[in-house]
Design a protein around this ligand. Sequence first.
Ligand SMILES: [Zn+2]
Length: 401
Amino acid sequence: MIDINDAKNAVLKAGIKLLESGLTARTWGNVSCRVDGESFVITPSGRSYLSLTAADLVLVKIDDLSFQGEIKPSSEKGVHAEVYKLHPEVNFVIHTHQDNASVIAATRLKEIQVDSKYPTLGETVLCADYALPGTEALQKKVRQALEKSTGKAVIMRHHGALCFGANAEEAFTVASELEEACRVFVINRYLKLSGERKYDPYAMSAFVLGQDRETLLSLVTPEKRAYGASFRRGNGFIWFDGEREVEIPDEQILAGWPEEVGLYRAIYQKNQWIKAIIFQATPEILSLSTAGCSLKPLLDDFAQIIGLRVRTVERDDPDRVARALGRSSAVLIKNTGALCCGANEDDARAAGAILHKAAKAWIGASLFGRVKPINPVESMLMRYFYLKKYAKQALVMSADK
Ligand SMILES: [Zn+2]
């Protein structure tokens, strides 16, 4: 048993560490600390770790998930409770959306073997079957995996990971060992299938999609990087090419301007909700854009934040690029990369990070057989509830001002 204030401080510190370590972004993931045999404190639902105070953390009962106060605890409190029930020695649990574990979460694998270099993980890490986030069904699936597991981490299919330990420090060690073990597992699979001797993200993406690495690399030109970023301003917008900011008013004639300026204008004119656009061209995104892929959600946060599909569109067709963003926060631009959009810069960057992870997951999962997206009805439900919750939060935020 520890003092509740010490438990709360440990959770607040771990929340910041979760963000800084890149194990999760923004309000995703959650952290908890056991107080005694009956209860734990956990982060609240949908709040930024950066602004959390001890008063925002919620005391939850392990046996029936009841809680005190007005603030709602994280919707994944049930999976945390399962860990505390099964493991009396565990005092700290973190749920992450970390990149490499998410790649494994996107495969159909039931478990992965791990090297003895990662002692906290046991010899195998199990992947819990899928259920919608925040549901009792998910809690049950995670419990089943936890019961069979010998290590301190479980992967949640199509979602993320659960890592735990005697204290915060051990839980973070588990998360970083898991990240490394998953990364190595995918690379070894690639090396075995391809016969290559070393890993290179361009070569792996090209191998998966039947492309040529050199051709792919030749597409990474400084001119493409100039897609940069853009922000709506007044009736026009700002275009930032990586070095300079240029203001483009609505009446500006675009003849002679780079093509991306035309794309940005079309996007803003057609989609009033978009206020910021970020360009992304990681090896995996570039490769998928070159193959002309249409991505569907392999991970929950893709369905929630990006939408039900990301299409590839030709770069000389601004109208289609703008239309592709009607119901999705991202679009792949053929042979170029992706444009990721949001109602503000933070949202656009979040969409970029989620798309990058989704592209890695798509390439990685392809090494283990046919890629199978989440059931479309479930994806649609997640998207709907996310947008509803988001609209409510935006309303609260504007009322605060
Ligand atoms: Zn999650």
